[in-house]
Design a protein around this ligand. Structure first.
Ligand SMILES: C[S@@+](CC[C@H](N)C(=O)[O-])C[C@H]1O[C@@H](n2cnc3c(N)ncnc32)[C@H](O)[C@@H]1O
Length: 263
């Protein structure tokens, strides 16, 4: 016999069922998530662009948390798209929020979504600074501004049909190396000395192995990857280069999540 969500919630902590014929199930509610609110911030916001790709709000929040940056410091998403990272950072209490994107339409989407978020949450006091900027021009545009946290998912490559061979995946990988080289070197310069850069990198599922972007990109930019899980966790969870993989079985492009700090 399974215990329903309702039964667990009603029990406000610990729930037991009377001894039944087959088994007794005991459960304790450890966490109840506001699933309707998560869903509304994903599917219910006014602007979405599935073609460009959006971070799931839960992953955006996880990434903001990984930065472990004090709330008073400035946070930047330089590839902000529809504004998912900025939305979750505002809800977590960050007040000095910056977003940039090469696409003017992306910045308009962010503006609309963040205005909607403020309408829904009148107590939010976050200040949003949004601008259209290609990553290669961003350092010049932001001049002396520095960030305690930079949290971002850049362009992950063209949509894949699922039939691309390894050779085609390697061509896409090579094209992305250029963007990620510019992005990491620019963002390293925009970080406060103790700041953290939390970033998604694309990894492509080849026939026999994962095709990743080379970590030398970050090293050359003066960044080091932090190990995201403590020592002692099962070996299969840990990647040698410190990152975490986020994806579903069978997915061709997997998100590789890094936390970088300045070397
Ligand atoms: C995967 S989307 C980011 C989605 C965003 N995290 C969200 O949840 O909506 C990547 C974004 O990078 C932007 N982009 C692509 N190339 C860029 C560049 N060279 N400089 C700045 N932004 C760029 C695209 O316009 C797009 O909005």
């Amino acid at each position: 016999m399974a215990l329903s969500r309702h039964a667990i919630d009603q029990a406000a902590g610990v729930a037991t069922l009377p001894q039944g014929k087959a088994e007794l199930l005991v459960a304790r509610t450890l966490w109840v998530q506001a699933f309707e609110e998560w869903s509304e911030r994903d599917y219910g916001r006014p602007e979405r662009d599935a073609k460009v790709g959006m971070l799931p709000p839960k992953l955006a929040r996880l990434m903001v948390n990984l930065a472990q940056t004090p709330r008073g410091q400035a946070l930047l998403d330089p590839f902000c798209g529809s504004g998912t990272v900025l939305q979750e950072a505002a809800l977590l209490g960050y007040g000095d929020l910056w977003g940039a994107d090469a696409s003017a339409a992306g910045i308009e989407r962010s503006k609309t979504n963040l205005a909607w978020l403020k309408d829904k949450n009148p107590s939010l006091t976050a200040d949003f600074n949004l601008q259209v900027a290609d990553i290669k021009d961003l350092a010049a545009k932001l001049e002396e501004q520095r960030f305690g946290a930079i949290v971002t998912e850049p362009y992950l490559g063209p949509p894949l049909g699922g039939h691309e061979g390894e050779e085609r995946l390697r061509v896409i990988q090579q094209q992305l190396v250029e963007l990620y080289t510019i992005a990491t070197s620019t963002l390293a310069r925009l970080l406060e000395p103790t700041g953290r850069l939390v970033m998604v990198w694309p990894a492509f599922q080849g026939q026999s192995k994962l095709i990743e972007l080379p970590l030398t990109i970050a090293r050359t930019a003066g960044l080091v990857a932090e190990r995201l899980l403590p020592t002692g966790v099962p070996a299969v969870w840990v990647r040698e280069r410190g990152s975490l993989l986020y994806g579903r079985p069978g997915q061709r492009v997997v998100r590789e999540i890094f936390v970088f700090r300045r070397a």
